[in-house]
Design a protein around this ligand. Structure first.
Ligand code: HGY
Ligand code: MN
Ligand code: MN
Length: 424
């Protein structure tokens, strides 16, 4: 199967339509950014904004005659038939949920690039042998309900939907209840089996880092994803009066948390700056100015490309916390763990061949960010395509990608999907 894009399909990929769909989607959860043309998005999993985005996507899909469906964790599927409908579909997609102060491209670009390929195939009148599907994965970010990548994890058979039922957001809403409401509000039948059925997968995504821009490359041919470990830590002390209780008699959860966090930063110091160690959420209770805190809750996100190094450092976290937390106590829970993974070489080669055929400068590189492709790869050959984002900024309202880069990535995606699905 040639890596070149048929001329009719190349001509049918519509940059203005793709750009406009990003603008339409960004309206669901729009938040101000540093400039009017750098406005962000806050569209957490299963919020009204997420549901509105899902309803919009279903509307677009049905208007083009594509089949829509969901599975029990609300992964949303858009299917364009192939000539051999019994073949396992060739799948693309990404996520629609965002960080609380997210951008207009993280995740949604992969959904809209895939949808643009389906539309362009329709416009060009090209039939594929295998069906081609776009999937919007549930809860990739994990900001509202932890952990992230729940939809692709369940699709890949790594977890059951029930395993996440009792997860609650910070206002106490159960995942199961928000899921039920979303399934009911999305006009797509819940017909898809779990684990999912997939013949091959390619995901387009912004790089979310500075390497492509620094190298002057327009495409990232992604080789794999680094490993990740998430923890939730709860430090417990005792509330006391801020004016009367001697410091020496306190069980001050914040003072202990300070000692714990300092110890964690010390033990994870990496002169080569390869380890990624982040404390992203830090909550102090009761949060009253004149009461000694009795509880601190914080999260840890650790990542590294080498499994042994990640395991060694992550395994040291609980003991480091225990050694520094006195006179308070601590509980430490692992809430997400994924080993470093490599994508199927044939898919990586197809992405590279498609990029070369389009004459686009590219970089072969691993992904620092986690993605749904990491789980889908456990079921079928998978790969990813990166495009640059301005200054590598992401998980930030200022996140930006140019219309041309969005189109370049979509062209590489179209060629790769065609090579995998077969053309009649
Ligand atoms: O956290 C991640 O790596 C992904 O961007 N959600
Ligand atoms: Mn993402
Ligand atoms: Mn993200």
């Amino acid at each position: 199967m040639s890596a070149a894009l048929p001329a009719t399909l190349l001509a049918s990929i519509n940059q203005d339509r793709l750009w406009q769909r990003h603008a339409d989607m960004a309206a669901h959860g729009a938040i101000p950014g540093p400039r009017p043309d750098r406005a962000g998005v806050n569209r957490a999993c299963f919020t009204a904004e997420d549901i509105a985005a899902r309803q919009m996507l279903v509307g677009w899909a049905t208007a083009r005659g594509f089949e829509v469906s969901q599975d029990a964790i609300a992964n949303l599927y858009i299917r364009r038939r192939g000539t051999e409908s019994s073949r396992a579909p060739i799948v693309t997609g990404s996520h629609m949920d965002t960080q609380p102060r997210g951008g207009r491209f993280d995740g949604i670009y992969g959904v809209l690039a895939g949808f643009e390929v389906l539309e362009a195939l329709e416009d060009a009148g090209i039939a594929t042998v295998a069906p081609v599907e776009v999937v919007a994965w549930t809860n990739e970010e994990g900001g509202r309900f932890a952990p992230g990548t729940m939809g692709s994890m369940v699709f890949a058979g790594q977890k059951s939907v029930e395993a996440f039922a009792e997860v609650r957001d910070t206002s106490g809403v159960r995942f199961a209840d928000a899921l039920a409401a979303t399934l009911a509000a999305t006009p797509a039948p819940i017909t898809r089996p779990l684990p999912g059925v997939v013949g091959g997968y390619v995901e387009a995504h912004i790089e979310q880092g500075p390497r492509l821009e620094a190298a002057g490359a327009r495409i990232g041919v992604v080789t794999g994803i680094q490993g990740m470990r998430w923890f939730e830590v709860d430090i417990t002390g005792e509330t006391a009066h801020a004016g009367t209780c001697p410091v020496g008699q306190r069980r001050d959860a914040l003072r202990s948390a300070h000692a714990v966090v300092s110890a964690l930063y010390d033990v994870t110091r990496d002169p080569e700056d390869t380890l990624r160690f982040t404390i992203g959420r830090f909550l102090v209770d009761p949060g009253s100015p004149n009461t000694v805190p009795n509880r601190v809750h914080f999260t840890i996100d650790m990542r590294h490309p080498d499994k042994a190094t990640l395991d060694r450092l992550a395994d040291a976290i609980p003991a480091t916390i225990t050694a520094a937390v006195a006179p308070c106590t601590a509980t430490v829970r692992v809430t997400n763990a994924s080993a470093p993974m490599v994508f199927d070489q044939q898919v990586v080669d197809r992405v590279e061949a498609a990029t070369k055929a389009l004459g686009l400068p590219y970089l072969v590189m691993p992904s620092g960010a986690g993605h749904d492709a990491g789980y889908v790869a456990r079921l079928a050959p998978a790969g990813m395509i990166f495009i640059p984002c301005e200054r590598g900024v992401s998980h930030n309202e200022a996140e930006f990608a140019t219309p041309q880069d969005l189109t370049n990535g979509t062209r590489v995606l179209a060629a790769t999907l065609l090579a995998m699905a077969g053309v009649v």
